[in-house]
Design a binder for this molecule. Structure first.
Ligand SMILES: [Zn+2]
Length: 443
């Protein structure tokens, strides 16, 4: 059962003795959704079209540098100082330079099978039903990919979000890594980069989120190799094992105060992209979605303390979920899994949920974001806006303009802020249409 608390702090129920009594029971760093007075967000695409179109016109007509100052409340959100871009690691450091692109190498793709004349081809009836053999991986050699990143402090006093984009964090053939949907194709056996994207939304401090940003991709790559050597499982099991053991190992590395105090934690949403697969793993309430055609498909499910399976797990371990500005573990933490937060073991666990999605030609983009975005925008709304901006930007942009994915990240950030998002806002947009395909789109 979920306990509900009304009234003041002194009425709080008993919490386990090892939960520090000095802990703030409603830490200001947590972001109870219910505390926010959110504008009502309509998920109906049609009713939002007029204003959205106006905004899109505006964004199109502005030189990109003006976007910062165009924010409605003349707020400093997009100034260099406040936007505190997410990474000092060079690849995504400056505000507008936070996007990136992997150069496309020219691929000579065979588009037709050459069949010797004297070979009898099977008639349609003779072919097994599921013989659709792709001739190339959906993402080709997984190069020619671009992305945009925006990470801003927003209305918070502290920046506790962190993001990581590590193109080519591993190099493997599509067949090796992703469970290639193009078996037998040439690109599926070529060694190609596998990309890593992570959004970490810290609470209680930024230490754990920062640590995840620096370490998560390394740990996962190492664990993947270990799993392959030790077990040689089927590819999905291997990835699940690598991600689970990677999250656990990272969490163990945080077990001393030298790295992070015990009451600091972070969400972690990580997406790994191979030529044919999208592998998403998640702890907490940051989210990843895939925009495919007109659909916006969630790749993660929030782990909230009132999710029935999570509630059962927490209570099974003797924990309590208390409704205090939303369901919270012991009235404190508004998510049921996280990295760090070792004062809330064993109820808060660093175990990720992992999902797999085969890429298709209809895939437009991936969006990973902290709840600074999702608190004020529905996934449908985010997906629809992202696709519109991408398509428009791809049609009109020249090589000097910012990347379409960066335009989306900037615009979504601006919208979230203008809707009074009270949290840090961090967004990664991955454009899944390669440059080559984009050229086709223009024709
Ligand atoms: Zn493939």
């Amino acid at each position: 059962m979920i306990y509900t608390i009304k009234g003041c702090v002194c009425e709080r129920p008993n919490v386990p003795s090892h939960v520090s009594p000095s802990h703030r029971y409603l830490p200001p760093v947590l972001s109870p959704r219910s505390q926010l007075s959110l504008p009502s967000v309509s998920c109906t695409p049609h009713c939002m079209e007029p204003s959205e179109d106006k905004q899109l016109q505006r964004i199109d007509s502005l030189p990109s540098a003006d976007l910062a100052s165009s924010s409605s409340n003349a707020s400093p959100i997009l100034t260099t100082e406040d936007s505190r871009s997410t990474s000092s690691s060079g690849d995504i450091s400056s505000t507008s330079g936070s996007s990136g692109e992997i150069p496309t190498t020219i691929l000579t793709e065979t588009t037709a099978l050459i069949v010797p004349k004297d070979v009898d081809l099977p008639t349609e009836e003779e072919l097994p039903v599921a013989v659709t053999v792709r001739q190339k991986c959906v993402g080709r050699n997984n190069k020619g990919l671009s992305w945009g990143v925006k990470s801003v402090i927003g209305r918070r006093k502290e920046m506790e979000d962190a993001v990581a984009v590590i193109p080519g964090f591993m190099s493997r053939s599509c067949e090796d890594v992703g469970g290639c949907t193009a078996r037998g194709s040439r690109t599926s056996v070529e060694v190609s980069p596998v990309h890593f994207f992570g959004v970490y939304d810290g609470h209680g401090g930024s230490q754990v989120a920062e640590f995840c940003k620096e370490r998560m991709h390394q740990v996962i790559a190492e664990q993947w190799v270990n799993e392959t050597v030790d077990h040689g499982y089927e590819w999905q099991s291997m990835w699940k094992a690598a991600l689970s053991s990677g999250f656990e190992r990272l969490d163990n590395e945080l077990s001393t105060d030298a790295v992070a105090p015990e009451m600091v934690g972070s969400t972690a949403v990580v997406v790994i992209l191979s030529g044919c697969q999208i592998i998403a793993s998640n702890c907490g309430d940051s989210r990843a979605v895939l925009c495919r055609g007109a659909q916006t498909i969630p790749l993660t499910i929030d782990q909230k303390p009132d999710r029935p399976d999570e509630l059962m797990r927490i209570e099974g371990e003797g924990g309590k979920v208390i409704n205090w500005n939303g369901a919270r573990v012991f009235g404190v933490l508004a998510m049921s899994r996280a990295i760090g937060d070792r004062y809330l073991r064993p109820w808060i666990i660093p175990v990720p949920e992992v999902t797999f999605m085969a890429r298709t030609e209809e895939d437009e983009c991936l969006i990973l974001a902290s709840d600074g975005l999702w608190d004020v925008m529905s996934k449908e709304e985010v997906g629809e806006l992202a696709c519109r901006i991408l398509r428009r930007w791809r049609r009109s942009s020249t090589t000097d303009d910012k990347l379409p994915a960066q335009a989306v990240a900037d615009y979504l950030t601006e919208i979230a802020y203008s809707r009074n998002s009270s949290d840090n806002i961090s967004i990664i947009v991955v454009d899944l249409k390669s440059r080559k395909k984009r050229k086709h789109l223009k024709q």
